[in-house]
Design a protein around this ligand. Structure first.
Ligand code: ADP
Length: 492
């Protein structure tokens, strides 16, 4: 098969489909290819949330003294460069005004989002990328709303988000992840994009140093070759499901061999990274691989505020609102490297989570338990009841006093009304922070720092946006914001 279009996009996840919308809106003809038989990628699988400051919604919620202290701690971090200094100065001014006004609503701003992203990524990310991410988050919300996405009212904190700015889609479009990619996919289809499924890209076509198309093979064995008149966008996601690549680049975990499960679909094999590498692209931050300790069949919701974690002895062991790398490391030190996530009626009502998942369907699957009392729950999961009760008491006391022994500051309501739930899980490979190096316009850079003409990349396939650790809920912001930027620039 031979085809031609202005723009060829490899990968139909959130990044690829956001790019498609922008390229179409600029009047370009677009072909999207995906090796799977359905669109969506890991974005569709995401049980997840979109982080963006959204004062209008956040002002409906209150902020505790402990949360205000978190902001002060952030302001106490010495700026590393001028970009960070600018965020810092803006936030300082905003917080001074906030305090002077005597308000107690949940504060947020792009500056706070940027600082948290950069600090919690250990300053490994490129500050300019973090700036774009935080600045364009609010616009990403509007973009998705404009294409039909809707959110539940409460702004929550996804695991590892470290702040309540995670937007949860309603389940109108099916899974939660659906709202982050199907609105764009439907728009692209309705506006003439050619979406070629079951088509695996294998090689970038390079002509005199310029990327002019893509070659590959369809699932039925047919080879294809697509010429891109303006450019190719790589949006193939990460390599979380590629054990060999994980092992090759991992420096920070004892092992990432096949004994470590992944939350990713089997298609997340890093193909775009390998193809770009072969075309001379530079790769950055490849060693940073994210494990998440709170996924799997026993987990009801990706949010933390109304849940706490215990080990197999029934004791809390970590501040649940911490970074994903900290949480994963803490869990790896516990018995069997597992944890129980404990929930009550604040998370699950009438068998449904606040995010619209049917929990009762999961109970009894070997990973999830439900009980009317704390005693009964402790017995079911085999932990000493006095320890579980002490953990409940500790959680509530931390809310009342604002002083948690593990330093947790993100809470919502006190724990107490049953039924009670426990979910058993452990760390799994979730996201690869490293990948192709790109400019702030998503142009791919080669190993000499020069732009490779005609070649763009966006989403998890790129590196430099998150640094050493990605905040929970920032991946969706990344794919929408940078997918759009790639789609706008490829046609220029
Ligand atoms: P992102 O979150 O960065 O948008 P996703 O994981 O959501 O990434 O989507 C990536 C998509 O790319 C998946 O649907 C996957 O099937 C597709 N993909 C990965 N490798 C290839 C390839 N070699 N050819 C075509 N599609 C690919």
């Amino acid at each position: 098969i031979k085809k031609e279009a202005d723009v060829v996009i490899i990968g139909s996840g959130g990044a690829g489909m956001s790019a498609a919308v922008e390229a179409i809106d600029s009047g370009a003809s677009v072909i999207v290819i995906d090796k799977q038989s359905a669109v969506g990628g890991n974005t569709l699988l995401a049980g997840s949330a979109l982080n963006a400051s959204d004062p209008e919604r956040q002002k409906q919620q209150t902020m505790s003294e402990a949360e205000l202290k978190t902001i002060e701690n952030i302001l106490a971090v010495e700026p590393k460069n001028d970009t960070m200094k600018a965020w810092h100065d803006t936030l300082k001014k905003e917080i001074d005004e906030y305090k002077a006004s005597g308000a107690n609503y949940l504060f947020d701003s792009p500056s706070l989002h940027k600082l948290q992203t950069y600090i919690d990524g250990d300053f490994v990310a490129e500050a300019e990328k973090v700036d774009i991410l935080g600045e364009n988050g609010p616009e990403a919300i509007k973009f998705l709303e404009g294409l039909g996405a809707k959110w539940i009212e409460q702004i929550q904190a996804a695991v590892g988000a470290t702040w309540k700015r995670s937007h949860t889609p309603t389940t109108d479009l099916g899974t939660q992840g659906a709202s982050f990619v199907l609105p764009q996919a439907n728009y692209a289809k309705d506006n003439g994009a050619d979406i070629m499924l079951d088509s695996k890209a294998e090689e970038l076509i390079m002509t005199d140093g310029r990327c002019t198309g893509v070659k590959g093979t369809a699932t039925d064995g047919q080879p294809f070759e697509i010429t891109a008149k303006k450019g190719v966008i790589i949006a193939t996601g990460g390599f979380g499901a590629n054990v060999e690549m994980r092992q090759k680049y991992n420096k920070h975990w004892a092992t990432l061999d096949e004994s470590v499960d992944t939350t990713n679909g089997p298609f997340a094999t890093g193909d775009g990274i390998v193809m770009a590498d072969a075309a001379g692209a530079n790769l950055v931050d490849m060693e940073w691989i994210q494990l998440i300790p709170t996924y799997g069949p026993g987990v009801f919701t990706p949010y933390i505020e109304n849940q706490f974690y215990i080990n197999k002895e029934g004791n809390r062991f970590v501040h649940e609102d911490g970074r994903r790398d900290e949480l994963s490391k803490a869990v790896l030190e516990q018995t069997d490297a597992q944890l129980y996530i404990i929930s009550d009626a604040n998370t699950v009502k009438d068998g449904m989570t606040t995010t619209g998942r049917n929990v009762d369907e999961r109970v009894g699957n070997g990973y999830a338990w439900k009980a009317d009392t704390i005693e009964e729950l402790a017995e079911m999961i085999g932990v000493p009841v006095e320890n579980l009760q002490a953990s409940v008491d500790q959680f509530n006391n931390s809310i009342r006093t604002g002083n948690d022994p593990f330093g947790r500051t993100v809470f919502d309501k006190e724990f107490g009304e049953g039924p009670f739930y426990a979910g058993l899980t452990g760390p799994m490979v979730h996201h690869t922070m490293g990948g192709i190096q790109v400019t702030t316009k998503c142009e791919v850079l080669d190993t000499n720092g020069n732009i490779i003409p005609g070649l763009f990349a966006a989403g998890e396939v790129t590196g430099g946006v998150h640094g050493a650790n990605r905040l929970g809920g920032n991946a969706i912001t990344d794919v929408i914001v940078f997918g759009r930027i790639a789609g706008q620039n490829v046609v220029k």
